[in-house]
Design a binder for this molecule. Structure first.
Ligand code: CIR
Length: 259
């Protein structure tokens, strides 16, 4: 089983996109190519039946395209985050505006809480909330409380000692059907034990950030071993070129808020 989505919020990359935060050494992103890849991503969601709200770029927020970090939508309610990177805090206003009248906003993460949506992995059997450099224990605790109010089970997973993970969902994704894609080399945390694990080879770790949308799994293009594993498990795939988002540490899930 997997949640069925009917809508998504996206935000177009702006001309300032290359000034966002990154640890990647792959070079500056090409703006026109990023726009084309973003358009292809939007078309893929539309082809799966989702109605899209595409927010215009705001040049003050180069990372604003990574809209997933600004809100959590779960149990029919939204929680607006307080992103861990101070430069990204203002991104929440446009996302909160887009949700207004569409999904009831049940809460906001408040100081001293910090939380990025990329640290929140939803599943049919509970929500995992990662504590990372972007999400602190206070933010994770506030979100867990909001989720419990809407009868969502939440478990907090401290992954601060795991190297190379910006967010929890950099290394794991829920595939539906009780299955979790997990990048090879991640510790076998007790929070993962209730899931059947689908290992993403270490050389293809970027592809561990994938998204189940209705009957398909969206995965980054160019990771053939993981694609073959999913194919063998019976998943129907949509492969999307993510090269220009990878250069800014962005994964596939962070380009949309799905609900
Ligand atoms: C950042 O470092 O905040 C952005 N350049 C990338 C955010 C990616 N977000 C995500 O994976 N949820």
């Amino acid at each position: 089983m997997a949640t069925r989505f009917t809508r998504a919020i996206l935000r177009r990359p702006g001309r300032s996109y290359a000034q966002g935060i990154t640890t990647s050494t792959e070079g500056a992103p090409d703006f026109d190519l990023a726009l084309a890849q973003h358009d292809a991503y939007a078309r893929a969601l539309e082809s799966l039946g989702l109605s899209l709200t595409i927010l215009p770029a705001d040049e003050h927020y180069p990372d604003g395209v990574f809209v997933e970090d600004a809100a959590i939508i779960s149990g029919g309610q939204a929680v607006i985050t307080r992103p861990g990177a101070a430069a990204r805090r203002g991104e929440i206003d446009a996302v909160a505006g887009a949700l207004d009248g569409v999904v009831p906003v049940s809460g906001w993460i408040n100081d001293p809480g910090e939380l990025d949506g990329g640290d929140v992995c939803e599943s049919d059997i509970g929500v995992l909330i990662g504590v990372t450099a972007r999400t602190n224990a206070a933010g994770a605790g506030q979100l867990a409380d909001f989720l419990r109010d809407v009868d969502q089970d939440a478990e907090i997973v401290d992954i601060r000692t795991v190297q190379g993970l910006l967010h929890l969902k950099t290394g794991i994704s829920y595939l539906g059907d009780g299955r979790l894609a997990v990048a090879e080399g991640l510790p076998n945390l007790s929070a993962f034990q209730r899931f059947e694990k689908v290992v993403v080879p270490a050389a293809e770790a970027y592809a561990a950030n994938c998204v189940r949308v209705n009957d398909k799994v969206l995965i980054a293009k160019g990771y053939p071993r993981f694609a073959e594993t999913l194919d063998r498990l019976g998943y129907s795939l949509v492969e999307l070129d993510m090269s220009e988002f990878r250069k800014m540490d962005g994964g596939l899930s962070c380009l949309s808020l799905r609900f």
